[in-house]
Design a protein around this ligand. Structure first.
Ligand SMILES: CC(=O)SCCNC(=O)CCNC(=O)[C@H](O)C(C)(C)COP(=O)(O)OP(=O)(O)OC[C@H]1O[C@@H](n2cnc3c(N)ncnc32)[C@H](O)[C@@H]1OP(=O)(O)O
Ligand SMILES: O=C([O-])CC(=O)C(=O)O
Length: 469
């Protein structure tokens, strides 16, 4: 059984963090607020460089190099930190803190993308007015250029929705303010303002882009509504997908998109955006690249894979599967050499608090608790950790966020699971655009780590440990 104590502990511990990290913002816009907070961070970096450049903060082991750089502290990322036991904190705030502090949509309860973005970008909790003003700005900027609509409409319906999303996002760079300004020749200190403008335009246009792909592929011939200038980003997205009448689905998507927004810098999608952005490619290109990292089954695509796996199990065993049957099915998956999707993590060593928050959402809604899909998620989470521990390979036998995220969408009628990672792609922009803006504001350099061959590694080992055979 998953323990809730993790959550309670996190709520208690985070009270102090909240006081330390939360500073209420004024009535300034997001860009004006950023303008205010950037100089202190620039100064902090300058001081780190001047005073501590040569300080050693860890060792590089052979296992780091051959093991996908796991555990290597090698990136600067301000907006969130992932603790292996506690999970994610956004500028020090845990998920329950954010649920308590961040402004929901009018009439709603869940965190909205705008308030999460504000927190990520500035480290401050926005006022309700600031959140609404940002919603308005995003809605004003949300329509797609006609040529991008035509481009999307011309793609084969059989092309994976994630491939389509990446193409659409890359094409938006036609209007990149950063690229145009760079060509004109701007000073480095001005980079961030153009990058920020692109980032906001990108985020604003993602719902129309992602919804158009959904309509083209799964609901051809249905009318895509225009953006409603009075709605928040996700309210509009849900409406454009065709689920605007379902308040529970709208609220679920708000929570989903806020929680998937950022997961510190080392995850494959965020890291890709940062790497590509470090070449001074514009934010559209950088985020398009990130989407293709998200599209792999070990990362974001896992939410599609969870549903596919669950449905295959239900097809084989029927609707009302027992814990024992799930256990046998898990062993069958493992013995066939496949991973159990939705379980394990590169950093986390406990149940993912995003998983717990989404499960809590389900528990607050009777229609979800009665759903056989959601019940299967719960039952699987009760037996899979034991099976994975007995299997003995994974360092983390607990569910990650993907174990449940798609199943709720399925219950509410968004059954086309190849689309699920697109929703993740709308969300992950929050963290990636934050970093793209800050990387330019801090003048971070081109990312270029040193690679080594196996022969060179052997030599390095010999010279460090001469007595090793
Ligand atoms: C939003 C997200 O991206 S969350 C992650 C989504 N991905 C998934 O749910 C896919 C299933 N999970 C996995 O494949 C892994 O747990 C990952 C990719 C998430 C993390 O990978 P790692 O950090 O390498 O995990 P770890 O160090 O525990 O792996 C050790 C071994 O356990 C295996 N393992 C890890 N998780 C699982 C799993 N869920 N099922 C079966 N085996 C697993 C690994 O494949 C690896 O096997 P190997 O030694 O034969 O190569
Ligand atoms: O942190 C990771 O490596 C994967 C993950 O959960 C995410 O990116 O949301």
């Amino acid at each position: 059984m998953l323990s809730r104590s993790l959550f309670t502990t996190s709520i208690k511990r985070s009270a102090a963090a909240r006081v330390a990290s939360t500073r209420y913002a004024s009535t300034k816009t997001l860009k004006e607020t950023l303008q205010e907070v950037i100089p202190a961070k620039q100064e902090q970096l300058k001081k780190l460089k001047a005073e501590h450049s040569q300080a050693v903060i860890g060792d590089v082991k052979v296992e780091n190099i051959i093991g996908g750089m796991r555990g290597l502290k090698a990136m600067l990322w301000e907006s969130s930190v992932l603790d292996p036991s506690e999970g994610i904190r956004f500028h020090g705030l845990s998920i329950p803190d954010c649920q308590e502090k961040l402004t929901p949509a009018p009439g709603g309860k869940e965190i909205i993308a705008e308030s999460m973005l504000w927190l990520l970008m500035t480290g401050q909790v926005p006022t309700t007015e600031q959140t609404r003003q940002l919603s308005k700005e995003l809605a004003e900027k949300g329509e797609l250029p006609a040529f991008v609509e035509q481009l999307l409409d011309s793609l084969p319906k059989t092309l994976h929705p994630m491939t389509q999303l990446g193409i659409g996002v890359a094409a938006l760079n036609h209007d990149s303010a950063f690229q145009a300004a760079y060509e004109k020749g701007i000073k480095k200190s001005e980079y961030w303002t153009y990058a920020f403008d692109d980032c906001i335009n990108l985020l604003a246009r993602l719902p129309a882009l992602a919804a158009r792909i959904y309509r083209n592929v799964y609901k051809p011939g249905t009318e895509l509504p225009k953006i409603d200038k009075e709605l928040d980003l996700v309210g509009n997205y849900t409406r454009m997908l065709g689920f605007g009448d379902n308040q529970n689905m709208t609220e679920y998507l708000r929570l989903y998109i806020a929680l998937h927004g950022d997961h510190e810098g080392g995850n494959a999608s965020a890291h890709t955006a940062h790497l590509v952005g470090s070449t001074l490619a514009d934010p559209y290109i950088a985020y398009s690249a990130a989407l293709y990292a998200l599209a792999g089954p070990l990362h974001g695509l896992a939410n599609q894979e969870v549903l596919r796996w669950q449905q295959a199990m239900q097809k084989e065993l029927g609707e009302n599967v027992s814990h024992e049957q799930i256990k046998e099915y898990l062993w069958k998956t493992l013995k066939s050499g496949q991973v159990v999707p939705g379980y394990g993590h590169g950093v986390l060593r406990n149940p993912d608090p995003r998983f717990l928050a989404l499960q809590q959402f389900c528990e607050s809604r009777p229609e979800l608790m009665e759903s056989s899909t959601i019940q299967l998620v719960k039952k699987t989470s009760e037996v899979a950790p034991g099976v994975l521990m007995e299997h003995g390979k994974t360092k983390n036998p607990y569910p990650n966020v993907d174990a449940t995220s798609g199943c709720v969408l399925y219950h509410y009628g968004l059954t086309e699971y190849k689309y699920y990672t697109v929703i993740f792609g709308v969300s992950r922009a929050l963290g990636c655009i934050t970093q793209l803006t800050w990387a330019r504001a801090l003048g971070l350099p081109l990312e270029r780590p040193k690679s080594v061959s196996m022969g060179a590694l052997e030599q390095l080992v010999k010279s460090s440990w001469p007595n090793v055979a």
